[in-house]
Structures are given as C-alpha cells and as structure tokens.
Design a protein around this ligand. Sequence first.
Ligand code: EZ4
Ligand code: CO
Length: 409
Amino acid sequence: MRIAAVEVVVTCPGRNFVTLRITTEDGITGLGDATLNGRELAVEAYLREHVVPLLVGRDASAIEDTWQYLYRGAYWRRGPVTMAAIAAVDTALWDIKARAAGMPLYQLLGGACRVGALAYGHASGRDLPELFDSIRAHLERGFRAIRVQTGIPGLDTVYGVAASAAGGGDRYDYEPARPTALPVEESWDTRAYLRHVPSVFEAVRSEFGPALPLLHDGHHRMTPIEAARLGKALEPYDLFWLEDATPGEDQAALRLIRQHTTTPLAIGEVFNSIHDYTTLLSERLIDYVRSAVTHTGGVTALKKVLDFAAVYGVKSGMHGPTDISPVGMAAALHLDLAVHNFGIQEYMPHTAETLEVFRTSYTFVDGLLHPSDSPGLGVELDVDAAGRFPYRAAYLPVNRLADGTLHDW
Ligand code: EZ4
Ligand code: CO
C-alpha cells in the first residue's frame, strides 16, 4: 500500500486549521491535524517543503518506521513545528490503516476500555452570576465535569472568560486567537488573581455541591511558590485538577508545588515530546498528562507517553480546545477509549462553520464522548468547503503587568 499523493489543506472556517491528507495508490485517504495556533503557516511550509516529498512512494502501512524516519531523519529533533508536522503524518497513516481494516481506530489500539470518554466543558463568567449561569448551561447540555475560569476585579480581560455567559451550546465564544495585525495585549496581576480565585471556588462549591468535578487552568502564570500557595488555598474545594500552574518548560518547578499541596496537578498542553515528561512522571510530580495528539507527534508518540505515565499511576487529560481540529479531536477520542489510564478529555465544541468543513461522527451523550464506530478516525474533510474559508492571520494575545513588563500569557 504505497502513498500516491499528499496534500496540505489550510482553511479558516472561523479559525485556522492545517490538515494533511494522504491518499494511497488504492484510493484510501487518511487525515491528520497539524494546527499550531498562531503559527499555522510554519507547519504548512514544513510539511509542504520538507515532508511531502519524502512521503510519496513510501509504504503507508509502515507507521512506526515513518515516524522514526521523520524524527531521527531530520537530525533537528522536537519542537512544536516539527512535532505537529510528524503528528499529522502519523495520524493520517493510522486513519488509513484503520480504514483499510474496516475498523474504528480504537480497535487497532487494543479496543475500548470504557463506554465513552468523560469530557469537561469550559464554564466562565466575568462575575459570579455570569459564572453560575454558564455552569448551569453546561450542566443542561450534559457536561458532568466543568472547568471554571473567572474575571478578576481590576483586570479588563482574563484568559478563558467568554463574552457571553452561556457558551455551552453549539457555539463557544471564547476564542483567544484574534485576526489583528499585532497580538492583542492583555493585562495581568498575579496578586489580584490569587486573592480572588479561592473565593470563587468557595461560592461555586456552595452553589453546586461537593460532587461536581471542577477544574481550573492557571495558564502558566504563577511562580512555583505562588502556585504552591494557590494549590493549598484550593484544597477545601476538592479540585479535579489545577492545570499549568507554572510555565511548562521548568519541570523542576513542580517539585516545589508538590511539596506544598495535595491539589492534583495537570500539565503538558505545550509539550511536544516524551522527553518533556521524564522528570514529571518518574518523580510522580503530576497527576494528568495534558498533551494532545496534534502537538506531541501523533497517536504513536502520545500512546508511548501515556504508557510511560501508567507506570507511575498518572492519567490522561488530553488538550481539546477549538484549535485542535475535529481530526485531532477524533484521534484523541480513539486513544481515550483505548488506554487503560484515561482520566478526562477536554471538549470545546467546534462551530457550525468548522463542522461544515470537517464532517465528524463523534458523539457527546450524557457527558461522555465517543469517536463512533466508523472506520478510521471517523472524520471526512470537505475540500470544497475548506476552499470557501481562506487562511486569515491570527495571533494569540500577549500579557503585560501594570508596569509594561511582558508576562506569560
Ligand atoms: O490557551 O489552546 O486548556 N486549554 C487551553 C487553551 C489554550 C489554547 C492555545 O492555543 O489552555 O485554551
Ligand atoms: Co490549558
């Protein structure tokens, strides 16, 4: 089964996506997601210029060998651009193998360990009444686990806070990447954040009771000692996890946080390699692996990370924002079903425009996602529809402190 054609499709149905489509000589197609939010065209060029010419004529069934060929063969290893490109190839080849077998991908990964993947949605509000409305809307929609992000007195815009309260329906109006000439500048104050957040969780617990799993994303903004303090302050509210408490590249920071708090910790959405996790896993410094298939070298590589995590009792909690395309989302769901150490899956529903381009078959019922039993990933790309939504440059915001100092966003 030789690879006959490889195309890179860039489209912007509301937001940008980069998709790789591989076609074999016998006409089977496979899809892979290579979307890197705010740096999309770097991955497109990497694929088009340096990967596509290597793939045509290769054996489409040799997935591991192709992974190693692209990873070791480039000499220059790792990095978000390279690993998103490799992820797209790997995912497309898994899609092809599963379609050729006439099976959903999760069957090739060992079969289902569960009936569906517990998903969490993003509730948010500028103040408590808005936040409570948003949580109620998510519960009505069927979510059984909820991420809570909130406005902070004194700050105009805060990461993760949607402009309208509902947010849990077919659309989700918090989109951090904006099509402006320069990145939007937001302001940040960690002391104001630390003063406010525990009171929000206290209010949410007293309104919604002790059972509902609640999550929170610190989005890389704290120092280790600030994160330790927040983790400790949130212990009474029994969080499912505190995510990205500190910037991800500093694995040793988690040692300090871990010494001070029993709040479960999740990290890894910006990681791209198993080597980003060696200290975190072998020293049991985290509880959940946040990597996405799209950003960690594909199904092959993320399965290895999760198997390594299982040795240390660490579970999956894959990244699932709207900048992971429906192709990347479907790949995640197949792994979610197949790995024993599944924890939870992030789920931000895509817009109707996005779903016009990517025809999905995955389902969300009673709080659980299922990839469906369609052969392969279960997603079809409508190339004509994709062509109606040309690329638009967009950037993620940057953060500045009151004195102008650039801070982690
Ligand atoms: O900011 O995907 O947990 N989810 C997140 C996301 C990220 C975006 C960046 O592209 O942190 O909202
Ligand atoms: Co996050």
